[in-house]
Design a protein around this ligand. Structure first.
Ligand SMILES: [Zn+2]
Length: 143
């Protein structure tokens, strides 16, 4: 595991949830992590380049500062398939790990995460770019 991966991953869940809530219909396409940076690609009917990154960054950090517990629990696929969109997870995967940022967001993910949002530190949103007809890419890092 890269040193910042758990922080970037957990921060990404928070950012994705905020964007999904603000712009209903927005969906996460793919998330990638490099040594120091993360990239979140989403599809949306809204032009997300018009979003204030400062505002989004502020809202993300307000959640981080709450010090929410991050729980990881493994469920059988059939136990959670109604609650979550598992379409991107191959049918052969029978056990689904749910990452629960308690009281804020739950989603399937098998990657490393921190145990408490406060461990993320400061989450900085670097830019948003359009990457196709309705595809937008957010880049971020942690401090
Ligand atoms: Zn994750």
């Amino acid at each position: 595991m890269k040193p910042n991966e758990g922080k970037l991953q957990t921060g990404e869940h928070i950012l994705a949830k905020i964007i999904e809530d603000k712009f209903p219909g927005t969906k996460v396409i793919i998330v990638r992590f490099e040594e120091e940076k993360g990239r979140l690609d989403v599809s949306s009917e809204n032009d997300l380049r018009a979003v204030s990154l400062k505002e989004l960054e502020k809202e993300t950090n307000q959640i981080i500062e709450k010090g929410l517990e991050v729980r990881k629990t493994i469920f059988k696929r059939e136990e959670v398939e109604k609650e979550f969109d598992l379409s991107k997870i191959p049918e052969s995967v029978k056990e689904i790990r749910i990452v629960d940022i308690v009281g804020f967001d739950k989603r399937p993910c098998r990657d490393p995460h921190v145990k408490n949002t406060r461990e993320i530190g400061y989450f900085k949103i670097l830019k948003v770019e359009r990457k196709g007809k309705d595809r937008y890419r957010f880049e971020f890092e942690v401090d």
